[in-house]
Design a protein around this ligand. Structure first.
Ligand code: SF4
Length: 383
């Protein structure tokens, strides 16, 4: 049976230079072969789909990606919203407005009552899928806090996920038992050299410790594990390849856990550095199509980092989860808080407006696409 060491070794076998060489050497014939075998994963096919040679096949990739998405997900697009409970953070991520060294950042951590009030407000707008987020400072929002919050709000939501610091296996098990269905955590970059530069201090500076958290979450029986690289801090083609490698490894190891992808492009943030490798719309579309054609069953999330119109287009092509009316400040749904936002959003439309825009394109926005009753926490534990 494979261990985390296997994935670390696997990732080490694919350093940036090797991935770049593989991707840049793909030809039009390689792309045609990958398109002919769409719906299945292989490193060679994914490299071809991510390559510069694939750019001239953009229309075909989009059409095929859309067909796979409709085949697996129908016309549905799940609406969810994030709930930021704290913007205290011990880390030094250079791109983020919450980082510990950000000058003059207004900090706030919600009490359980305040967080529950925010969640109730979100539920009153029809939201049934919620993502609990915090900066990485367990002294302000420890695992017990998220367990208690999950227990309180469980009756209001069909699914609850967390996007917090890397936890131990026991902590993930406790979260699962409290009613948390999934975890999302972005590795940010799989390139250890870039990772070191962008994460100079704090617990997150431990690249291997973060990378191994996904396995701990899988062992704890999380229903969904969400992966993502922060697009803009390194080359997107390499990150796309590593994401595929990681997803394939997790799926082999935890076959009952769904692996999902997010595609966060860096947004301006108070005190954050601008991205050295900005990703264009066309390249974001290529990345999403390449992963959709390799992993047709994986949910794909697009947040309010992206602008109206473009988000709907991404939902036509590949995205299956979309946030609406999201606030990125702790307390932002129920008050005019002065707390700092993690990043500026590009789409400020309400749930109703986003739903109407999706329907105008023939898509079917849904608030609830599954029921936790079908996946008791114990059913996933102990593999
Ligand atoms: S990205 Fe997350 S861990 Fe890094 S500074 Fe921002 S909130 Fe903290």
């Amino acid at each position: 049976m494979q261990t985390t060491e296997d994935f670390k070794s696997l990732a080490a076998l694919w350093p940036a230079d090797r991935v770049r060489e593989l991707v840049s050497s793909r030809t039009a014939d390689d792309v045609r072969a990958a398109l002919a075998h769409s719906g299945s994963w292989s490193p060679a096919s994914l490299a071809a789909l991510l390559s510069p040679a694939a750019e001239e096949f953009s229309a075909e990739m989009q059409s095929l990606s859309s067909a796979w998405t409709r085949r697996r997900f129908g016309n549905t697009v799940q609406i969810f919203d994030p709930l930021y409970v704290s913007n205290y953070c011990m880390n030094g991520c250079r791109y983020c407005g919450f980082h510990a060294g950000a000058p003059g950042t207004a900090r706030r951590a919600l009490s359980l009552d305040e967080a529950e009030a925010e969640a109730s407000f979100m539920a009153s707008r029809g939201i049934r899928s919620i993502l609990l987020l915090s900066g990485e400072d367990p002294s302000h929002s420890p695992p017990e806090y998220f367990c208690a919050l999950a227990r309180r709000i469980r009756p209001l939501f069909a699914d609850i996920s967390v996007e917090i610091y890397a936890c131990t296996e026991e902590e993930y098990r406790a979260l699962r038992a409290a009613g948390v269905d999934g975890m999302t955590m972005f590795q940010e970059t799989y390139d250890p050299v870039a990772y070191k530069h962008y994460h100079p201090f704090g617990p997150k500076a431990d690249y291997a410790g973060r990378l191994s958290a996904y396995e701990r979450a899988g062992r704890a029986g999380m229903q969904t594990i969400g992966l993502g690289a922060l697009l803009g801090i390194t080359g997107w083609r390499e990150e796309g390849f590593w994401l595929g490698l990681h997803a394939a490894w997790l799926r082999r190891r935890f076959w009952r856990t769904a692996v999902a992808f997010s595609f966060p492009r860096i947004r301006p943030a108070h005190g954050g550095e601008p991205p050295p490798f900005p990703v264009s719309d066309a390249h974001l579309v290529q990345l999403m199509c390449a992963l959709r054609l390799s992993f047709p069953d994986s949910a794909m999330t697009v947040s309010t980092r992206e602008r109206p119109g473009f988000r709907e287009r991404l939902a036509e092509i590949a995205a299956t989860k979309i946030s609406a009316g999201a606030k990125t400040t702790p307390g932002g749904y129920t008050s005019d808080t002065a707390a700092e936002a993690q990043f500026e959003t590009s789409d400020r439309r309400s749930v109703k407006e986003v739903s109407a825009a999706l329907e105008a394109r023939g898509l079917d926005p849904v608030m609830k696409d599954w029921d936790a009753a079908f996946s008791a926490p114990d059913a996933q534990v102990g593999r």
